[in-house]
Every structure is written in C-alpha cells, then in structure tokens.
Design a protein around this ligand. Structure first.
Ligand code: AMP
Length: 242
C-alpha cells in the first residue's frame, strides 16, 4: 500500500500490538538500513516504510501519470540529491494511515532533513503517538563507498546483493526469485559522492536532534546483516517499557 498510493487498501495490516514499535532508522547511504529495516520488520511485526522505494517504484512505472512534482523529484533522485521536503512530505502525508494505524512502523530513509523531522514530530504529537527509538547505524566512510559501489538490487523483489560480500549464486540473478540484478543509478560513483555530501549536510544534524529528544540509539553496522539485526534486537530489548 505504501508503494501504491493513498487509494490502495492495505492487505497486510499487522495485528494490533500493546506496544507497537515505532522506529526511525538513520545512517549514511550504504550502511545497510534497508536490509535492517526488512529484517526488523519481520522480527517486530511492524511495517517497513521506505521513501526511497516509493521514488524508485514511481521511476519504474512507465504508464503512471506522474505529477510535475514527482517528475522533478525523480530528477533529484537520479543525481543522488535529496528530493525537496515539500514533495517528500506530501507523499508521506498521502500514506499517513500506514504511520498512524499499523501495528508499528520502521521508517527507512525518512526523515532525512530537520524540516522533515519536525513535520513528523508534529504529526505524531497531533495523533498522540511517540517514537520508540531512533536507530543510528554507524560505519566508516571507506566501507560505505565499497558497499555502495558493489551493491546490486533485484529488479523484481528488491533483494540486495553485493558483488564480493554477498554474491548471488548465479551471476546477475536473484537467489530469491530469479529476477535480474541491476546497479541502482544512484549507486554509480558520481552519484555516491553527491549522496554522501547530502547526508553530511542534511541528515547528520538529525543525530543531534534525536539525541536531544532522548531517542537516539547508536549501533555499529559492521558484520553480516543477521549479526547487525541481532545487535539491534538486543538494544531494543534493553529499552524501557518494552
Ligand atoms: P534511499 O533508498 O533511501 O537511499 O533513497 C534514494 C533516493 O531517494 C535519495 O538519494 C533521494 O534522492 C530520494 N529520497 C528518499 N527519501 C528521501 C527523503 N526522505 N528526503 C529526500 N529525498 C529522499
């Protein structure tokens, strides 16, 4: 539903939970937020909401009637730049039900600027909801560049591989569904630099923002996806109230 837009009915509404997890994942592009978001969504029974996935789905949809704002947004994305806050917020608001009514959520790639973080805070306050935690995944820059430039994504199911760290069994084919693997346009070297600059400029300040709100939990993003997820689950268990 998150990918299809406001009119789509959610087929997979998670069960009501006494303590739904409402998490934001932070970290530079390439630290593995998307993979962690998927693993955590499975383990916590929450919805995985990725603004980057929505933009990529829009970019691939040839027969969709894209608004001028969405067309402009996709140009920003192709360059590796951040999409303007107003467009991102409009899209998140359209899908507000996912944030407000599901049995918890994991936001991956949103918020990405202080403006977006403020908008989310206001929305949550209006609805008398609060975030459980903000998980900040940390990794040195040289490892990030290596991860991004070798990353390959399945065209069909979005599974993520790496040419050396997590190669598929058959070259260029997804282990899960057999779909073709491709390199995201914004994982090319010229876009990686732009994305890391945008992260430092716009997203890194969110670390202090959420630290001041007492929500920040930092996690070392080294090791296999399962190891990082286990580390994350341990930290979540330690958090009071759950
Ligand atoms: P991601 O998959 O999260 O790395 O997002 C891919 C691209 O989508 C980013 O490089 C941006 O161009 C765009 N994007 C995704 N989420 C946001 C956001 N919250 N704010 C601005 N741009 C975004």
């Amino acid at each position: 539903m998150w990918l299809q837009g406001p009119a789509a009915k959610c087929e997979a509404i998670p069960a009501e939970r006494k303590h739904p997890w409402r998490l934001v994942l932070l970290g530079a592009p390439g630290v593995g937020k998307g993979t962690q978001a998927e693993l955590l969504a499975e383990r916590l029974g929450a919805c995985h909401l990725s603004t980057g996935d929505v933009f990529r789905a829009a970019a691939k949809c040839d027969d969709c009637d894209q608004s001028p704002a969405m067309k402009a947004a996709l140009e920003y994305m192709r360059r590796g730049d951040l999409v303007p806050d107003s467009t991102v917020w409009e899209m998140v608001r359209e899908r507000g039900d996912c944030i407000l009514r599901c049995g918890g959520f994991i936001l991956d790639g949103f918020p990405r600027t202080l403006g977006q973080a403020e908008s989310l805070k206001q929305l949550m306050e209006q609805e008398k909801l609060s975030l459980s935690a903000v998980l900040n995944y940390e990794l040195p820059v040289n490892e990030i560049v290596q991860r991004l430039s070798g990353r390959r994504t399945c065209e069909q199911c979005k599974s993520v591989f790496h040419v050396t760290e997590r190669p598929p069994k058959v070259e260029n084919a997804c282990d899960r569904c057999g779909g073709r693997l491709y390199q995201r346009e914004d994982d090319r070297p010229e876009s990686i630099t732009v994305r890391l600059d945008a992260y430092e400029r716009s997203t890194a300040p969110l670390i202090q923002f959420y630290k001041d709100l007492g929500l920040l939990v930092s996690i070392v993003a080294k090791g296999s996806p399962d190891e990082i997820a286990a580390r994350t689950m341990n930290r979540l268990k330690d958090l009071a109230g759950h």
